[in-house]
Design a protein around this ligand. Structure first.
Ligand code: PRX
Length: 630
């Protein structure tokens, strides 16, 4: 038996041999000729010369042994639907969807934007794209027209797939008007749109452009669409994520490296076996949904649950009832969801037979110790914190019980995974910090492992400059997270170094929210910061200087403008991005050169010392914020 330390050492000492071994976990049409090409850093090319297909590995590959076993289990507590698709049925549905795409002229390399709720058709659509080599770009269904428009603009999809509506807590959110508005705002226009009609909201269809999913699917009942053999380095998908600037970045992923990385993670980290059931409570609009609702579990021959609904409706036992019913062995969620459940009747944790469950993985935001302990004691299974990013595609820090059983430490996501050469560097000198407890920026030395982003879609320069040149004098990938390491090599993540905030596990850019608020006619200036919150981890707080403050003399007037700003953000970005409060001030704290002192504002909001303020232009600006909060 290997220790994890040895396993990790081998992965870095001889990545070629290490990943050649992992590559055997998937099917190749032609085997790779070169495991890793790192001749042009920071661009890592994995498994060059190899050809494969993600959909083949996720679906077709399993027809031989488990055609009649469950593959996709769709559960909606919003519409009270529940349906299991076997691998054979999934294969049929994916081929129908692939035929629809082909029929509308979608070919290898074309982009297909997917803006959908958590319904089975969304999974069919993603897998159909992978099947024919179209690049999917899934946009979270909670985003609204302006967010969607910027993604349509950047991805320039030939076709968009959407649905009439999503539903959250019984409230229907119509997608079609948001989509139509987004297409109107974007200079790029898709040739075709396919709409799934769930019967939740009326839709106006544009003749010639809009098609009905059902209508097309019926036309292609018996479609047989073979998998397109893709080069390992061909793009499988792009997914947009927020960073320091307002413009979201299209994180671009390859095909072969991603398949190998996910298959390896299912074996070494998640310990999921074929024929078992995996339940991730995320959404397909986020990276966790891509890797661990759709591709990872299916690659491993597991059934995957796609759940639409809240964790507390009809009651806080709903997830556990699904664990019992479908004998879930591996579960994946976010600390926020656990904090929501913690407010429910604790007896709900004991009501169902959870004996099938082996572990609960939590990621997306820091897991606080009380929450971790509560759920560990309640479930009686290991809680495995794991730290990663949209960019990485799979865990960077966690423990790999499939290699060597280790216990987690509360508050720490764990140790660097195989393939990741993680370091902590001083943010301005670039010096490596090797002593336990020294705080610095968490970085990854190249070559980044399989599954990691290839580049920023259409923008190699942005990939290099944003991610690899942020630490002076060193070509290393910055995670933009602060971290420390303890004497046992366990890492602790201490928040972002940039303007990204994490609200209920959702990654949001404060700049995007600021841009949206600035578009209100009565907003002259705005600063948005993330402030610690008991339930959501962080919430966004906005401080606004009004153009015309004369009307803002009483609470009613201020609340009215705050309400108007909420509405604007909801309509442009989506309710996920709505700040918790909008407060009005006459000036924002800035340096003498005009830079907003966001970190000082954040510190004041959290009751901390704002630190060095020698460069502040007008100290009364910060005092105003202090007074407002007091
Ligand atoms: O700040 C870190 C935080 O979430 C960021 C990445 O978010 P996203 O791109 O949405 O990917 C989520 C994939 C799970 C990170 O830069 N983060 C993620 N996981 C953890 C975390 N912070 C602390 N502990 C974690 N386990």
């Amino acid at each position: 038996m290997t220790t994890f330390a040895d396993f990790h050492r081998q992965s870095l000492a001889d990545p070629q041999a290490f990943w050649a071994e992992q590559a055997k976990l998937i099917d190749w049409k032609t085997p790779p000729q070169q495991v890793c090409d790192w001749s042009n850093p920071p661009f890592a090319h994995w498994f060059k010369g190899g050809t494969t297909n993600l959909c083949h590995n996720a679906v077709d590959r399993h027809l031989k042994d488990r055609a009649d076993q469950p593959a996709l289990i769709y559960v909606s507590t919003e519409t009270n639907e529940e349906r299991t698709y076997t691998f054979r049925e999934l294969h049929t549905e994916v081929q129908r969807a692939a035929a629809m795409l082909r029929g509308l002229g979608v070919n290898k390399g074309d982009r297909v934007l997917i803006y959908m709720p958590m319904i089975a058709e969304a999974a069919f659509a993603m897998l159909a794209c992978a099947r024919i080599g179209a690049i999917h770009s899934v946009v979270f269904g909670g985003f609204a027209s302006v967010s969607l428009a910027s993604r349509i603009e950047d991805a320039s999809p030939k076709l968009i797939i959407s649905a009439d509506a999503g539903s959250r807590g019984g409230k229907v959110v119509e997608y079609k008007p948001l989509l139509d508005e987004a297409i109107r705002l974007s200079s790029h226009k898709p040739e075709s749109v396919i709409m799934v009609n769930r019967g939740l909201a009326p839709m106006s269809m544009l003749a010639g452009r809009d098609h009905s999913w059902r209508g097309l699917s019926e036309k292609h009942q018996d479609a047989q669409v073979p998998c397109e053999w893709m080069d390992a380095t061909d793009i499988s998908y792009t997914i947009y994520t927020s960073g320091t600037t307002g413009r979201p970045k299209g994180v671009q992923r390859d095909t072969g490296g991603y398949a190998v990385a996910l298959a390896a993670s299912m074996k070494h980290i998640f310990c999921g076996n074929p024929g078992e059931t995996y339940f991730s409570t995320s959404d397909i609009g986020w990276v966790v949904g891509h890797s661990y609702i759709i591709y990872g579990p299916l690659l491993a021959g597991m059934a995957t649950i796609m759940y639409e609904g809240l964790p507390i409706r009809p009651d806080g036992g709903i997830w556990w009832s699904l664990v019992e019913k479908y004998k879930v062995t591996v579960m994946f969620s976010a600390p926020t969801a656990v904090r929501v459940l913690k407010k429910q009747d604790p007896a709900l944790l004991k009501k169902y037979d959870l004996s099938s469950l082996r572990a609960l993985f939590l990621a997306g935001e820091p897991l606080d110790e009380p929450t971790g302990r509560w759920i560990a004691e309640g479930l009686g299974v290991p809680i495995i914190d794991n730290y990663w990013q949209t960019e990485s595609g799979w865990p960077i820090l966690t423990i790999a019980n499939g290699v060597e059983k280790k216990s987690s430490k509360f508050g720490s996501p764990g140790v660097p995974m195989y393939g990741y050469n993680v370091k902590i560097l001083h943010e301005s000198t670039g010096e490596e910090l090797t002593e336990p407890g020294q705080k610095g920026v968490v970085v990854i030395e190249g070559p980044t492992p399989p599954g990691f982003m290839q580049t920023v879609w259409k923008d190699d320069a942005r990939f290099v400059n944003t991610y690899w040149k942020s630490i002076p004098g060193k070509l290393v990938y910055s995670t933009f997270d602060w971290g420390i390491r303890d004497q046992d090599g366990y890492y602790y993540i201490l928040g972002r170094t940039d303007d990204v905030i994490n609200v209920a596990g959702h990654r949001l850019g404060t700049r995007e929210i600021e841009e949206s608020i600035s578009s209100h006619p009565n907003v002259a200036e705005v600063a948005v910061v993330g402030v610690a919150d008991q339930l959501k981890g962080q919430v966004a707080m906005a401080f606004v200087v009004a153009r015309d403050a004369s009307a803002l003399t009483d609470d009613a007037a201020r609340l009215k403008l705050e309400g108007a700003i909420f509405k604007l953000v909801d309509e442009q970005l989506g309710a996920v991005a709505r700040p918790a409060r909008v407060r009005f001030v006459t000036a924002l704290p800035k340096t003498r050169s005009g830079k907003l002192l966001r970190r000082a504002i954040q510190a004041v909001c959290e009751g901390r010392d704002p630190g060095d303020l020698t460069t502040i232009e007008d100290p009364t600006a910060l005092q105003q914020i202090r007074d407002l909060l007091a």
